[in-house]
Design a protein around this ligand. Sequence first.
Ligand code: HEC
Ligand code: HEC
Length: 370
Amino acid sequence: MGLAKLYPDTLLSVVILVIALVASVRANAADESLVNLGRALFEDRSLSGDRRVSCASCHLKDHAFSDSRPLSMGNRHHRGTRNAPSLVGLANYRTLFWDGRAEGLADQARFPLFSPAEMGLSSEAQLLDRVRQNQNYMRAFEHLLGNLNGHLRVSDIAHALAVYEQSLVPPETAYDQYVAGDDDALSQEAKAVPALFNGKVGCSVCHMLGARNASFTDNLFHESAVGLRGAGAEFPKIATRLAHLPLQQRIDLIPTDRRVAELGRFVVTLDPKDIGAFRTPSLRSARVTAPYMHDGSVATLQQAVDLELYYRGLKQGYPVNFSLAERREIRVFIESASASSSQPQRHPHSALTAILPSVRNNFIVSTHHE
Ligand code: HEC
Ligand code: HEC
């Protein structure tokens, strides 16, 4: 009597398990090559007009992929209008950029690639040419998408970049361990702070602390402690002029015109209450992302904390006094929720697949022999 007859169910289970294993090994290998391809594109300076600027020029690995310059320097030494934020833990955000003008990662990559102040490529054709010139890229894309016959698309490049960025997740911090039940993970000093952070001025109203996976952002747009510093006196005039331009033209001005950039969320919505409002930054990498605020005007984390304490208290309508020790404790607390090393943790493959279904599906759907 054959084995299959004796144990038909077991045999079927084993066959299914083997098929599932092979499929998952294949999917992981595809994820891995996609992440590697995305990283290579991210670090490639030839994808800029003057061949000197890559995404990595402004998003520095050692600073949790933020920029240590207050305002970024792009193609042909063009000075930008805002501070480049960290790219670690982007999953905390529902919109991208300080003003939320991009909805998702695949959409976002076009902004820096074609902005004259950032990578300064003149057209999609130029981007595709530069990528096609590199045999390694073409081999990697064909490996993932099948034979392209030269028909690579900008969206394929954007997807590879997006997958790489989504693989940059923050490592677990002392604060996460504390929240998960390890009472010794935080110093006595830092432990006192959640009360302080929630309390007097309610930092956590905007920099939210969930019971699990605190994102330190409410994903909303608020007035800024640094105000409309770079807007100059004529900002009401600029706001009026903007109101007559279509969305795309307004958005194109943001990386090149400092006074427009300072108007914040207003440039996107034209709602007067959004003048000078910026997305609450997650403080998850704040230990290593100096300088601070949308304009990079605040040099140290302690100064940023002190300024927020003062300004947010003022907004509540009454002065709030914090001792020197309390101000320091809040800074130490933010650091405890921030990665202790500046390196993000690469996501384990299986988890990567889990957080990327939409990107992966798009990528697969966009193959050229549907
Ligand atoms: C010249 C410097 C510069 C280059 C080059 C650059 N960036 Fe940025 N990046 C910035 C700045 C500045 C911001 C914030 C702009 C804003 O909010 O208006 C930003 C924002 C972002 C954001 C949004 C982050 C958030 O918190 O919402 C992502 C994602 C991003 N960049 C990815 C990229 C990718 C991918 C590339 C390469 C294709 C790239 N950047 C190239 C400076 C740069
Ligand atoms: C009403 C919402 C709100 C409250 C309350 C609030 N913040 Fe903020 N916080 C913001 C916004 C918005 C920014 C970005 C402002 C900008 O860039 O111009 C910011 C920026 C910061 C930054 C700089 C982060 C970076 O990456 O640049 C720190 C640090 C900070 N806040 C700490 C605090 C502390 C500490 C408190 C409590 C005293 C607090 N915030 C209360 C909304 C808030």
